[in-house]
Design a protein around this ligand. Sequence first.
Ligand code: PLP
Length: 365
Amino acid sequence: MSVTSTAPMPRAGILDLSPYIGGEGRLTQGVVPVRLASNENPRGCSPLARAAYLAAAEDLHRYPDGTASGLRHAIADKYGITFEQIVCGAGSDELIALILRAYAGPGDEVIHSRHGFLMYSVAAKAVGAKPIAVDEKNLTTDVTAILAAVTPQTKVIMIANPNNPTGSLLAASEVERLVKGVPPHVVIVLDAAYAEYVEDGAYNDGSRWVASHSNVIMLRTFSKVHGLAALRLGWGYFPPAIADVINRLRGPFNVSVPAQAAGIAALADDDFVAATVEKNTRERGRLAVALEEMRLGIVPSAGNFLLVHFGAEAERIRLALKDKGIFVRQMGAYELPEYLRITVGLKADNDRLIAALEDILAKDA
Ligand SMILES: *Cc1c(COP(=O)(O)O)cnc(C)c1O
Protein backbone atom coordinates (compact mmCIF):
# COMPACT_ATOMS: atom_id res chain seq x y z
CA MET A 1 0.00 0.00 0.00
CA SER A 2 1.42 3.39 -0.97
CA VAL A 3 1.82 6.18 1.55
CA THR A 4 -0.52 8.53 -0.36
CA SER A 5 -3.42 6.08 -0.27
CA THR A 6 -3.43 6.22 3.53
CA ALA A 7 -3.18 10.01 3.73
CA PRO A 8 -6.39 11.88 4.58
CA MET A 9 -8.24 12.94 1.42
CA PRO A 10 -10.73 15.83 1.31
CA ARG A 11 -14.18 15.33 -0.23
CA ALA A 12 -14.41 15.24 -4.01
CA GLY A 13 -14.10 18.66 -5.60
CA ILE A 14 -12.28 20.44 -2.76
CA LEU A 15 -8.88 20.17 -4.47
CA ASP A 16 -10.43 21.68 -7.65
CA LEU A 17 -10.97 24.93 -5.76
CA SER A 18 -8.50 27.74 -6.17
CA PRO A 19 -8.03 29.77 -2.99
CA TYR A 20 -9.76 33.19 -3.33
CA ILE A 21 -7.20 35.86 -4.17
CA GLY A 22 -8.15 39.20 -2.63
CA GLY A 23 -7.15 42.63 -3.83
CA GLU A 24 -3.50 43.52 -3.41
CA GLY A 25 -2.61 46.41 -1.16
CA ARG A 26 0.84 46.10 0.35
CA LEU A 27 4.12 47.55 -0.86
CA THR A 28 7.60 46.64 0.27
CA GLN A 29 9.22 50.08 0.48
CA GLY A 30 8.12 53.37 1.97
CA VAL A 31 5.63 54.35 -0.75
CA VAL A 32 2.13 55.07 0.56
CA PRO A 33 -0.04 52.76 -1.53
CA VAL A 34 -3.34 53.78 -3.08
CA ARG A 35 -5.60 50.81 -2.47
CA LEU A 36 -8.32 50.71 -5.12
CA ALA A 37 -8.60 46.92 -5.45
CA SER A 38 -11.19 45.82 -2.86
CA ASN A 39 -14.09 48.32 -2.87
CA GLU A 40 -13.37 49.36 0.72
CA ASN A 41 -14.48 52.73 2.06
CA PRO A 42 -11.48 55.06 1.53
CA ARG A 43 -12.80 57.32 4.34
CA GLY A 44 -12.44 54.53 6.89
CA CYS A 45 -15.36 53.88 9.25
CA SER A 46 -17.63 56.00 11.44
CA PRO A 47 -15.80 57.43 14.48
CA LEU A 48 -18.70 56.06 16.54
CA ALA A 49 -17.99 52.54 15.25
CA ARG A 50 -14.29 52.90 15.99
CA ALA A 51 -15.04 54.06 19.56
CA ALA A 52 -17.42 51.13 20.10
CA TYR A 53 -14.76 48.74 18.83
CA LEU A 54 -12.18 50.16 21.23
CA ALA A 55 -14.62 50.04 24.15
CA ALA A 56 -15.24 46.36 23.39
CA ALA A 57 -11.60 45.70 24.32
CA GLU A 58 -12.74 45.77 27.99
CA ASP A 59 -14.67 42.54 27.43
CA LEU A 60 -12.34 40.38 25.39
CA HIS A 61 -12.54 37.59 27.97
CA ARG A 62 -16.31 37.24 27.46
CA TYR A 63 -18.02 35.17 24.79
CA PRO A 64 -20.20 37.14 22.38
CA ASP A 65 -23.99 37.17 22.56
CA GLY A 66 -24.51 34.17 20.27
CA THR A 67 -27.83 35.55 19.07
CA ALA A 68 -26.35 39.01 18.31
CA SER A 69 -29.63 40.36 19.66
CA GLY A 70 -28.50 43.97 20.15
CA LEU A 71 -27.23 44.20 16.60
CA ARG A 72 -30.25 42.43 15.16
CA HIS A 73 -32.61 44.79 17.03
CA ALA A 74 -30.66 47.75 15.65
CA ILE A 75 -30.98 46.33 12.11
CA ALA A 76 -34.68 45.53 12.59
CA ASP A 77 -35.39 49.08 13.81
CA LYS A 78 -33.36 50.74 11.10
CA TYR A 79 -34.91 48.86 8.18
CA GLY A 80 -38.34 48.15 9.62
CA ILE A 81 -37.98 44.39 9.27
CA THR A 82 -38.67 41.47 11.60
CA PHE A 83 -36.02 40.71 14.24
CA GLU A 84 -36.52 36.93 14.03
CA GLN A 85 -35.80 36.94 10.29
CA ILE A 86 -32.34 38.52 10.63
CA VAL A 87 -29.21 36.37 10.88
CA CYS A 88 -25.73 37.89 11.22
CA GLY A 89 -22.53 36.39 9.89
CA ALA A 90 -18.77 36.85 9.82
CA GLY A 91 -19.10 38.84 6.63
CA SER A 92 -21.81 38.10 4.11
CA ASP A 93 -19.29 35.63 2.71
CA GLU A 94 -20.03 33.36 5.67
CA LEU A 95 -23.76 33.59 5.00
CA ILE A 96 -23.23 32.75 1.31
CA ALA A 97 -21.27 29.65 2.36
CA LEU A 98 -23.91 28.63 4.93
CA ILE A 99 -26.80 29.05 2.48
CA LEU A 100 -25.04 26.83 -0.05
CA ARG A 101 -24.11 24.24 2.60
CA ALA A 102 -27.74 24.08 3.63
CA TYR A 103 -29.39 24.00 0.21
CA ALA A 104 -26.92 22.59 -2.35
CA GLY A 105 -24.59 19.63 -2.64
CA PRO A 106 -23.20 17.08 -5.10
CA GLY A 107 -25.42 16.76 -8.19
CA ASP A 108 -27.09 20.14 -7.59
CA GLU A 109 -26.76 23.28 -9.68
CA VAL A 110 -26.18 26.81 -8.43
CA ILE A 111 -26.94 29.56 -10.96
CA HIS A 112 -25.09 32.87 -11.06
CA SER A 113 -24.67 35.46 -13.79
CA ARG A 114 -21.51 35.07 -15.89
CA HIS A 115 -19.74 38.08 -14.37
CA GLY A 116 -21.35 37.79 -10.95
CA PHE A 117 -19.51 37.94 -7.60
CA LEU A 118 -16.77 35.30 -7.56
CA MET A 119 -17.69 33.87 -4.15
CA TYR A 120 -20.88 32.35 -5.60
CA SER A 121 -19.07 29.82 -7.78
CA VAL A 122 -16.33 29.28 -5.17
CA ALA A 123 -18.87 28.53 -2.43
CA ALA A 124 -20.90 26.28 -4.77
CA LYS A 125 -17.84 24.20 -5.62
CA ALA A 126 -16.91 24.02 -1.93
CA VAL A 127 -20.10 22.04 -1.23
CA GLY A 128 -19.68 19.85 -4.31
CA ALA A 129 -22.43 21.58 -6.31
CA LYS A 130 -22.07 22.67 -9.93
CA PRO A 131 -21.91 26.42 -10.58
CA ILE A 132 -23.83 27.40 -13.73
CA ALA A 133 -22.68 30.70 -15.25
CA VAL A 134 -25.48 32.31 -17.27
CA ASP A 135 -24.52 34.81 -19.99
CA GLU A 136 -25.30 38.47 -19.37
CA LYS A 137 -26.69 41.14 -21.69
CA ASN A 138 -24.71 44.40 -21.81
CA LEU A 139 -22.81 43.27 -18.71
CA THR A 140 -26.11 43.09 -16.81
CA THR A 141 -27.89 40.07 -15.32
CA ASP A 142 -30.20 38.56 -17.98
CA VAL A 143 -33.34 37.32 -16.23
CA THR A 144 -34.74 35.63 -19.35
CA ALA A 145 -31.53 33.60 -19.71
CA ILE A 146 -31.50 32.71 -16.01
CA LEU A 147 -35.10 31.49 -16.10
CA ALA A 148 -34.21 29.37 -19.15
CA ALA A 149 -31.23 27.88 -17.27
CA VAL A 150 -33.32 26.55 -14.37
CA THR A 151 -33.40 22.72 -14.36
CA PRO A 152 -34.71 20.13 -11.88
CA GLN A 153 -31.16 20.18 -10.40
CA THR A 154 -31.24 23.94 -9.70
CA LYS A 155 -31.21 24.61 -5.95
CA VAL A 156 -29.97 28.19 -5.55
CA ILE A 157 -29.79 31.33 -7.75
CA MET A 158 -27.34 34.02 -6.61
CA ILE A 159 -27.59 37.60 -7.89
CA ALA A 160 -25.67 40.67 -6.71
CA ASN A 161 -27.61 43.91 -7.23
CA PRO A 162 -25.78 46.17 -7.92
CA ASN A 163 -23.39 43.57 -9.25
CA ASN A 164 -19.69 43.40 -8.42
CA PRO A 165 -17.55 43.75 -10.59
CA THR A 166 -19.72 45.26 -13.34
CA GLY A 167 -21.48 47.85 -11.15
CA SER A 168 -24.65 47.29 -13.16
CA LEU A 169 -28.10 47.51 -11.65
CA LEU A 170 -30.92 45.04 -12.24
CA ALA A 171 -34.23 46.93 -12.50
CA ALA A 172 -36.82 46.16 -9.82
CA SER A 173 -39.22 45.02 -12.56
CA GLU A 174 -36.62 42.44 -13.66
CA VAL A 175 -36.05 41.19 -10.09
CA GLU A 176 -39.82 40.89 -9.85
CA ARG A 177 -39.89 38.82 -13.05
CA LEU A 178 -37.12 36.57 -11.68
CA VAL A 179 -38.87 36.02 -8.35
CA LYS A 180 -42.18 35.29 -10.07
CA GLY A 181 -40.63 32.96 -12.65
CA VAL A 182 -38.57 30.68 -10.41
CA PRO A 183 -40.18 27.60 -8.82
CA PRO A 184 -40.80 28.16 -5.08
CA HIS A 185 -38.45 25.36 -3.96
CA VAL A 186 -35.43 27.16 -5.49
CA VAL A 187 -33.66 29.61 -3.16
CA ILE A 188 -33.03 33.08 -4.63
CA VAL A 189 -30.26 35.12 -2.96
CA LEU A 190 -30.31 38.88 -3.63
CA ASP A 191 -26.93 40.23 -2.49
CA ALA A 192 -27.21 43.98 -1.88
CA ALA A 193 -23.64 44.66 -0.69
CA TYR A 194 -23.67 48.08 -2.38
CA ALA A 195 -27.31 49.04 -1.68
CA GLU A 196 -26.45 52.27 0.15
CA TYR A 197 -24.66 53.66 -2.90
CA VAL A 198 -27.64 53.25 -5.25
CA GLU A 199 -29.40 56.48 -6.22
CA ASP A 200 -32.03 55.06 -8.59
CA GLY A 201 -35.34 55.73 -6.85
CA ALA A 202 -36.90 52.57 -8.30
CA TYR A 203 -34.26 50.34 -6.67
CA ASN A 204 -35.16 47.90 -3.90
CA ASP A 205 -32.45 46.04 -1.98
CA GLY A 206 -34.49 42.84 -2.05
CA SER A 207 -36.33 43.19 1.27
CA ARG A 208 -39.61 43.73 -0.63
CA TRP A 209 -39.44 40.19 -2.01
CA VAL A 210 -38.22 38.56 1.24
CA ALA A 211 -41.33 39.90 2.94
CA SER A 212 -43.62 38.21 0.43
CA HIS A 213 -41.83 35.00 -0.61
CA SER A 214 -40.64 31.94 1.33
CA ASN A 215 -37.63 31.35 -0.99
CA VAL A 216 -36.01 34.82 -1.27
CA ILE A 217 -33.04 35.95 0.86
CA MET A 218 -31.44 39.41 0.98
CA LEU A 219 -27.81 39.83 2.07
CA ARG A 220 -26.15 43.02 3.33
CA THR A 221 -22.66 43.81 4.58
CA PHE A 222 -20.82 46.21 6.88
CA SER A 223 -17.68 45.86 4.73
CA LYS A 224 -18.51 48.44 2.08
CA VAL A 225 -20.23 51.74 2.92
CA HIS A 226 -19.74 51.23 6.68
CA GLY A 227 -16.00 50.68 6.23
CA LEU A 228 -15.74 47.71 8.61
CA ALA A 229 -14.25 45.10 6.26
CA ALA A 230 -11.57 44.15 8.80
CA LEU A 231 -14.17 43.11 11.39
CA ARG A 232 -16.00 40.64 9.11
CA LEU A 233 -19.67 41.51 9.60
CA GLY A 234 -22.66 40.90 7.38
CA TRP A 235 -26.32 40.07 7.79
CA GLY A 236 -29.21 38.55 5.94
CA TYR A 237 -32.97 39.00 5.93
CA PHE A 238 -34.43 35.52 5.58
CA PRO A 239 -37.81 33.84 5.31
CA PRO A 240 -38.48 32.42 8.83
CA ALA A 241 -37.92 28.77 7.85
CA ILE A 242 -34.59 29.52 6.18
CA ALA A 243 -33.44 31.69 9.12
CA ASP A 244 -34.12 28.66 11.33
CA VAL A 245 -31.98 26.44 9.07
CA ILE A 246 -29.06 28.89 8.99
CA ASN A 247 -29.20 29.32 12.77
CA ARG A 248 -28.84 25.54 13.20
CA LEU A 249 -25.85 25.43 10.87
CA ARG A 250 -23.85 28.50 11.90
CA GLY A 251 -21.25 28.50 14.64
CA PRO A 252 -22.77 29.52 17.98
CA PHE A 253 -20.46 32.55 18.31
CA ASN A 254 -19.87 33.40 14.65
CA VAL A 255 -19.93 37.18 15.15
CA SER A 256 -17.36 38.64 17.57
CA VAL A 257 -18.03 41.09 20.40
CA PRO A 258 -16.16 44.01 18.73
CA ALA A 259 -17.97 43.37 15.42
CA GLN A 260 -21.40 43.45 17.09
CA ALA A 261 -20.54 46.62 19.00
CA ALA A 262 -19.11 48.44 15.99
CA GLY A 263 -22.03 47.36 13.81
CA ILE A 264 -24.60 48.83 16.22
CA ALA A 265 -22.67 52.12 16.34
CA ALA A 266 -22.22 52.23 12.56
CA LEU A 267 -25.97 51.87 12.00
CA ALA A 268 -26.55 54.91 14.21
CA ASP A 269 -24.25 57.16 12.18
CA ASP A 270 -26.44 58.23 9.27
CA ASP A 271 -24.26 61.30 8.67
CA PHE A 272 -21.20 59.16 8.01
CA VAL A 273 -23.06 57.00 5.49
CA ALA A 274 -24.63 60.02 3.76
CA ALA A 275 -21.26 61.81 3.49
CA THR A 276 -19.62 58.65 2.13
CA VAL A 277 -22.29 58.21 -0.52
CA GLU A 278 -22.21 61.88 -1.53
CA LYS A 279 -18.42 61.90 -1.90
CA ASN A 280 -18.49 58.59 -3.76
CA THR A 281 -21.06 59.86 -6.26
CA ARG A 282 -19.09 63.03 -6.89
CA GLU A 283 -15.70 61.28 -7.25
CA ARG A 284 -17.12 58.42 -9.31
CA GLY A 285 -18.49 60.96 -11.78
CA ARG A 286 -15.23 62.90 -11.90
CA LEU A 287 -13.20 59.71 -12.36
CA ALA A 288 -15.50 58.49 -15.14
CA VAL A 289 -15.12 61.76 -17.04
CA ALA A 290 -11.32 61.70 -16.70
CA LEU A 291 -11.12 58.08 -17.88
CA GLU A 292 -13.45 58.74 -20.81
CA GLU A 293 -11.24 61.66 -21.82
CA MET A 294 -8.46 59.06 -22.07
CA ARG A 295 -10.76 57.14 -24.46
CA LEU A 296 -11.26 54.30 -21.97
CA GLY A 297 -14.64 52.53 -21.93
CA ILE A 298 -16.57 52.76 -18.65
CA VAL A 299 -19.45 50.54 -17.55
CA PRO A 300 -22.09 52.72 -15.79
CA SER A 301 -21.77 51.89 -12.08
CA ALA A 302 -24.23 52.11 -9.19
CA GLY A 303 -21.49 51.16 -6.70
CA ASN A 304 -18.24 52.55 -5.31
CA PHE A 305 -16.13 51.25 -8.18
CA LEU A 306 -15.82 51.40 -11.96
CA LEU A 307 -15.23 48.58 -14.43
CA VAL A 308 -12.91 50.04 -17.06
CA HIS A 309 -12.08 48.58 -20.48
CA PHE A 310 -8.35 48.53 -21.30
CA GLY A 311 -8.37 45.85 -24.01
CA ALA A 312 -5.41 43.54 -24.47
CA GLU A 313 -3.21 45.90 -22.41
CA ALA A 314 -5.19 45.51 -19.18
CA GLU A 315 -2.68 43.36 -17.28
CA ARG A 316 0.32 45.40 -18.41
CA ILE A 317 -1.41 48.59 -17.27
CA ARG A 318 -2.35 47.01 -13.93
CA LEU A 319 1.30 46.14 -13.32
CA ALA A 320 2.44 49.62 -14.41
CA LEU A 321 -0.02 51.14 -11.91
CA LYS A 322 1.25 48.76 -9.23
CA ASP A 323 4.80 49.98 -9.93
CA LYS A 324 3.54 53.45 -9.08
CA GLY A 325 1.99 52.18 -5.84
CA ILE A 326 -1.60 52.07 -7.12
CA PHE A 327 -3.51 48.82 -6.72
CA VAL A 328 -6.52 47.98 -8.89
CA ARG A 329 -8.18 44.60 -9.47
CA GLN A 330 -7.49 42.26 -12.38
CA MET A 331 -10.62 40.66 -13.85
CA GLY A 332 -9.44 37.39 -15.38
CA ALA A 333 -11.23 35.30 -12.74
CA TYR A 334 -14.46 37.10 -13.72
CA GLU A 335 -13.96 36.25 -17.42
CA LEU A 336 -13.35 39.94 -18.09
CA PRO A 337 -9.58 39.91 -18.77
CA GLU A 338 -9.72 43.11 -20.87
CA TYR A 339 -11.03 45.11 -17.91
CA LEU A 340 -9.73 46.39 -14.59
CA ARG A 341 -11.98 47.18 -11.64
CA ILE A 342 -11.07 50.43 -9.93
CA THR A 343 -12.51 51.39 -6.53
CA VAL A 344 -13.46 55.06 -6.21
CA GLY A 345 -10.97 56.50 -3.73
CA LEU A 346 -10.53 59.81 -1.93
CA LYS A 347 -10.03 62.82 -4.20
CA ALA A 348 -6.25 62.63 -3.72
CA ASP A 349 -6.23 58.88 -4.53
CA ASN A 350 -8.20 59.44 -7.71
CA ASP A 351 -5.93 62.31 -8.72
CA ARG A 352 -2.93 60.02 -8.32
CA LEU A 353 -4.64 57.32 -10.37
CA ILE A 354 -5.59 59.74 -13.15
CA ALA A 355 -2.07 61.20 -13.33
CA ALA A 356 -0.50 57.72 -13.35
CA LEU A 357 -2.79 56.50 -16.13
CA GLU A 358 -2.16 59.62 -18.21
CA ASP A 359 1.55 58.98 -17.81
CA ILE A 360 1.34 55.27 -18.71
CA LEU A 361 -0.96 55.86 -21.71
CA ALA A 362 1.15 58.81 -22.97
CA LYS A 363 4.23 56.57 -23.06
CA ASP A 364 2.23 54.05 -25.15
CA ALA A 365 1.18 56.69 -27.69
C1 PLP B 1 -17.82 42.86 -0.93
C2 PLP B 1 -18.99 42.01 -1.29
C3 PLP B 1 -19.61 41.23 -0.34
C4 PLP B 1 -19.26 41.38 1.11
O1 PLP B 1 -18.45 40.49 1.62
P1 PLP B 1 -18.18 40.45 3.19
O2 PLP B 1 -17.92 39.02 3.41
O3 PLP B 1 -19.41 40.92 3.91
O4 PLP B 1 -17.01 41.34 3.43
C5 PLP B 1 -20.69 40.44 -0.69
N1 PLP B 1 -21.15 40.47 -1.95
C6 PLP B 1 -20.60 41.25 -2.89
C7 PLP B 1 -21.20 41.28 -4.24
C8 PLP B 1 -19.50 42.03 -2.59
O5 PLP B 1 -18.94 42.78 -3.54
